[in-house]
Structure formats: C-alpha cells, structure tokens
Design a protein around this ligand. Structure first.
Ligand code: ADP
Length: 633
C-alpha cells in the first residue's frame, strides 16, 4: 500500500490546534447538554405515554365507579314517586288528622328502614313536613317548613327535585330526591327521600381510590378525601356564594375553593392537577400530582371525578429519563473511546505504513547500492586482473631486461673475460709445449711442476666460467628468501675460516623475508663475508658485524668488518669485473660485480661505506616481502 506523503505534511500550527481546541472546549458541554436534554426527553415521553396508559385505565375505572354512583342514586329515583300510589299519603294530605299522620309516619318509617335511606318524608304544597320516617327522633322534620329548599320548589312545580344538601335540622349531608305527588292532575304535596351517599366514600377509601363527586354548583359533595369535601372545584362568584349561603344548601360551610398548585388541561375531561400534600401523606412530599378524569353522572347535574396519582408514574419516568441519559452518556463515552481508539489505530497504521515505506525505500537503496557495489567490484576485479596481467607482463619484461642486462654485462665483460681466459690459455700453450720438451729431456720433475701449474690454470678458468654461468643463468629474481637462513647458511659455509681467524660475529638483524632467490642471497652473503674475512686476515681481534633495519619497504643489511679497509684508488674500481687486489690466485675480481648485479636484478642494490674507525661496510638493500604481495590477489 502506497502512503500518500501529503497525509503527513505538517499542518500550520494555528490550523492544526484550532479544531482540537474547539472540540475539547465544546464537546464536554455539548455532551452534558445532550445528556440532560435526552434525559428530559426520555422523562417527557415516558410520562406522556404513561399518562396515556393511565388515562386508558382511568377511563375504565371512571366508567366503573361513575356507574356505581349512578346505580346508587338511581336506586332511589322512583322511591318518592311510589308514595303517589300510597292512599294513606294522599289521605293525609287531604285530611291531616293525627291518625292519618301516624299511619303515614309508621308507613314511611318502615319504608325507610327497608330502603336503607336516611329519611323519607311528605310535605304539603306549602312546604311543611306532614309526615316523616324519623317522626320518633328529637330532631324530626315533622312540622318543619322546608319550602325554601330548591328540591321542594322544583317538585311542587312538577319537576323532579334533585338536590344535595346538608340538613338544616341536624346538619347531616344527604341527597334529596323530591317528587310532586299528583292527584287528578294536581299536585297535592311533595314526597322526599333523603339518601345517604357516605357509604360510597367509605367504599372508595377501602379501594384506595381517590375520587370525588361535584354538584351543579361545582361543590364537592362526596370525596374519598374528607379534606376536599364541600370545597368548590371552580371559582365561585360572590353572588353565587351569597345565593348558596342563603339557600342553606351547604349549611354554614364556608365553601372554599379547592385550589390546585398546578393545573394542566390534557384533553376534554382530563387534567393534570397538583395538590398540596395533606397531612396524611408523608411529610417530605410537598405536592402530589394527579391525573384527573371527569365524567358527568347520568340523570344528575353532577360530575364524577377520578384522581389517579401520578407519583409512581413520575418516579418511573424520572428513572426512564435517568436511564436514557445514562445510556446516552455511555454511548457517547463509548463513541469517544472508539473514536480515540480509531485515531490511535489510524496513527499506528500510518506510522507502520511510513515505516514500511521507509523500509522498502531503504531496501531499494540497498539493492541499488549493492548493484553499484557489485558493478564496481566487478570493475575492480577486472582492473586487478588487468593489473596482474600488466604486472606479469612487466615482470616478464623485467626478467627479460635483467637477462638482457646480464647478457649485456657479460658482453661488456667479454673483453676482460677473453683477456682473463687468453692469459691462462697462452700460459697453458707455453707450459704444455715446455712440458713436452721437459718430458723428452727426461726432466720429469720440471714436467710434473708444469703439469701442476696447468691444472691450477684450468681450475682458475673453470671457476671463471662457473661464475659467469651461474650469473647468466635465468633464475627466479623475484623469489623469497629468509635473511636468517641465508646468513646461517653463509656462516656455516665459511665456518672453517671464521674459526681459524678467530672472528667475533655480531648479529643484529631481523629474520625477515626479502624478495630474492634464497641461493642468490646466500651467494651474495658468501661473497661479502668472504671479502670481509680476506680483509681481516692477520688483523688482531677480527670482528664482523651483521646489522639490519627496515626502511622504505626495503631491508638494509650492513656487513661491516674491522679489516684493512679500502684505499681511495681501489674504491674507484670496486664493482668492475675482474678487479681484485688479492694476490695470486686468491681473487677473481667477480664477487662484488656479480653480487651487485644479483641485488639489482632482485630490485635492490649494493653500496659500500667507509667507516671513519676503519674497516669497510657493504650495504645490501633488498625489497621486503610485504603482506600485500605475500597474499595472492
Ligand atoms: P676478489 O675478491 O676476487 O678480489 P671482489 O670483486 O670480490 O673480487 O673484490 C674486489 C676487490 O675489492 C678486492 O680485491 C679487494 O681489494 C676489495 N675488497 C672487497 N671487499 C673488501 C673488504 N671487505 N675490505 C677491503 N677490501 C675489499
């Protein structure tokens, strides 16, 4: 996967910081606001649907209990009209004699007992009570004028008189059902049944039902909560208050208004009411909310109101709201955590990709470099090969040159050689001629001496040609030689002479490797040490120093003696072939010449120094075997 480098391009600080700052500043309050908002929304929806559920259930309850109230009332609806059929009642109204009154009183008493009503009584058309079921009681209505009662006024006009009121005699509340008693189309009196409705209140209380019934004036006449009884559910005007007070319908009760703390109209006949908590409810509750559902009661101008407490629903809704808020907070937290994690993963991925990219770039570069290196390595190898070939060519050329040089040297020497060889040859001719003559003369001793000299001369010629042959031979001028071994071999070869002369040898050189053939090095050393021994012959305390040191890639071996030294005249001819100062047959004059040629052929050289303290020093410089040249390339 290829990384887009622009992704990692640094954003200007102001632009990079701002969104993050904004996010950090505004995100927490936003989340808190959303949490609260959603919590409230959850609460509201829960309450809304809860109220709807409660309303549906309440509707059924309302219907049930309203029907119960209706049936309770309707039980007595026809009771007053039944008295129309009772002849004793009409007789009493026609002729109010004590006997008739007693008969009706007793009849009404019995009827009241059976019907479980509070009282049944009969009034004449003036509103005076003619007979009553409670005629025996002290506070009996008998003889009382109740013409001011609205139910009487309605009934005497032939209308059904329905009335809730508090008895003016004994102050007992009751429901009055009045009926105008007709005889031949004329109202002759009014029959009234006073019904107790408190039983219903008790029933509601037992069923833990909160309900009340309000009459046409809006006054609560029945209530499961006694505190609400005789309170008005709607505001009463002063006129109405006065009228009601005058009618004594509610006795002398003040008829205060039932004022809710809050009222919210939901639908027709349905409200949400909040009342201050009464003493019976737990003290910590300041107010109680109710769902109030009202329905008119049939055959009466009354309304039945059912109050469903909303406390449980409210608690449930609060819980739901909290649940929603917590759930949202949790989801928000999880989302933030997920987002942070996603960012971390994205950063890691980007870093990994960048690393991979860098890695592959590195690998690419390594491959390129390796290719370059391989190419330059190949180039180097071919250069080395070329160099080796050149070296080989050079070496061959050098060999050829050396050989040519040697042959040239021999060529240069040829006159001297010819001279050197001609002299003994001439001597040999003379000697051999003489020897023949001496033999003819019988001079055997002289002939023998001559033959001896001839032998010596032949030996000398043989040595000259041997030296030249070994010099001219094509050898390995670039071989390797151990200096230690070469010195040892030379000293061993000359051991007899060293011992005879009593020479002290001082060795101060390193056992190193030099670039020359081992035999040739030994040959040079034998020449130099041999010359030194010759120079130290007959010298007291002869000493030989062999000292060496490495310098500029060469090893300089100094062969010093305390011999007679070399006089200035001799110094001029030292390296000339066949130059010798040695008497007789002792010197050939080829030692230094050949040694210098061999050293030069090996890339070194031979010098001479003349120490002030006497003696001579021959310095042999030879190339060192370097570690580079020691290893084959
Ligand atoms: P040869 O030894 O046969 O004479 P060289 O070429 O070896 O031939 O020496 C040439 C001459 O150099 C010698 O004859 C001698 O005079 C002189 N010479 C060489 N080495 C020494 C030395 N160590 N001390 C004094 N003279 C020397």
């Amino acid at each position: 996967m290829k990384c887009d480098p622009t992704l990692y391009r640094a954003t200007p600080p102001s632009l990079a910081v701002k969104p993050r700052l904004i996010r950090h500043l505004f995100l927490p309050p936003l989340i808190i606001a959303l949490t609260i908002g959603l919590g409230y929304l959850g609460f509201w929806i829960s309450e809304h649907y809860g109220i709807r559920g409660l309303a549906e259930n309440g509707e059924r309850q309302l219907e049930l209990h309203a029907r119960a109230v209706e049936s309770e009332i309707s039980k007595y609806t026809y009771l007053p009209s039944l008295l129309e059929l009772e002849s004793s009642v009409s007789q009493l109204l026609d002729d109010p004699t004590p006997e008739h009154r007693k008969t009706v009183n007793e009849y009404l008493e019995g009827l009241n007992r059976r019907s479980l009503s509070r009282a049944i009584y009969v009034m004449d058309t003036t509103g005076r009570v003619m007979a009553t079921s409670n005629w025996r009681d002290v506070d009996s209505y008998l003889g009382e004028d109740l013409s001011f009662r609205a139910y009487f006024q309605n009934a005497v006009r032939g209308q059904p008189g329905r009335f809730y009121g508090i008895g003016s005699t004994n102050g007992e509340p009751g429901y009055y059902l009045a009926h105008g008693l007709e005889q031949q189309g004329k109202i002759i009196g009014v029959a009234v049944v006073k019904v107790r409705l408190e039983a219903m209140e008790e029933r509601w209380q037992r069923a833990r039902l909160e309900a009340f019934v309000s009459d046409e004036n809006g006054i609560i006449i029945l209530s499961s909560d006694p505190a609400r009884r005789l309170k008005s559910v709607r505001p009463l005007s002063d006129d109405t208050k006065e009228r009601l007070a005058r009618s004594l319908q509610y006795y002398w009760f003040p008829l205060n208004e039932l004022i809710p703390l809050a009222r919210e109209r939901l639908t027709e006949g349905m409200e949400k009411l909040t009342f201050p908590a009464n003493t019976e409810v737990a003290a910590e509750k300041q107010a109680i909310s109710y769902l109030s559902q009202t329905r008119p009661l049939n055959d009466t101008p009354w309304n039945f109101t059912l109050l469903t407490p909303l406390e449980d629903l409210r608690r449930q809704s609060i819980n739901q709201g909290i649940l929603v808020a917590v759930a949202f907070a949790l989801v928000a937290f999880l989302l933030i955590a997920w987002n942070e994690r996603r960012k971390v993963i994205a950063t890691r991925l980007a870093a990994r990709e960048a690393l991979q990219e860098a890695n592959s770039q590195l690998e690419r570069r390594i491959t390129e470099r390796t290719t370059d290196l391989r190419a330059s390595n190949d180039r180097l190898k071919s250069q080395i090969r070329e160099r080796r070939q050149a070296e080989e060519t050079l070496r061959r050329a050098q060999d050829e040159l050396v050989q040519a040089g040697k042959l040239a040297a021999i060529g240069q020497m040829s006159t001297s050689i010819a001279h050197e060889l001609n002299q003994p040859l001439a001597a040999l001719r003379t000697l051999s001629g003489n020897t023949v003559r001496f033999l003819e003369r019988g001079q055997l001793d002289t002939a023998s001496a001559n033959l001896k000299t001839i032998n010596e001369l032949i030996d000398r010629m043989g040595r000259i040609t041997a030296s030249l042959r070994s010099f001219a031979r094509r050898g390995d001028d670039k071989g390797r030689a151990s200096l230690g071994k070469a010195v040892e071999a030379a000293l061993q070869l000359l051991a007899g002479r060293l011992e005879n002369q009593g020479v002290q040898v001082h060795a101060g050189f390193d056992d190193i490797q030099v670039q020359i053939d081992q035999t040739r090095l030994e040959q040079i050393l034998v020449n130099l040490i041999g010359n030194a021994l010759d120079a130290m012959q007959d010298r007291p305390e002869p000493r030989l120093w062999l000292e060496g040191q490495a310098q500029d890639g060469k090893y300089r071996l100094r062969v010093r003696d305390n011999g007679h030294g070399i006089d200035p005249e001799t110094r001029k001819h030292l390296f000339e072939p066949f130059f010798t100062t040695k008497p007789g047959e002792q010197g050939l004059g080829l030692g230094l010449t050949l040694s210098a040629s061999l050293a030069a052929a090996a890339g070194g050289h031979l010098d001479v120094e003349h120490p002030e303290g006497g003696g001579s020093t021959f310095v042999l410089s030879l190339p060192l075997v370097s570690p580079l040249s020691a290893e084959p390339l």
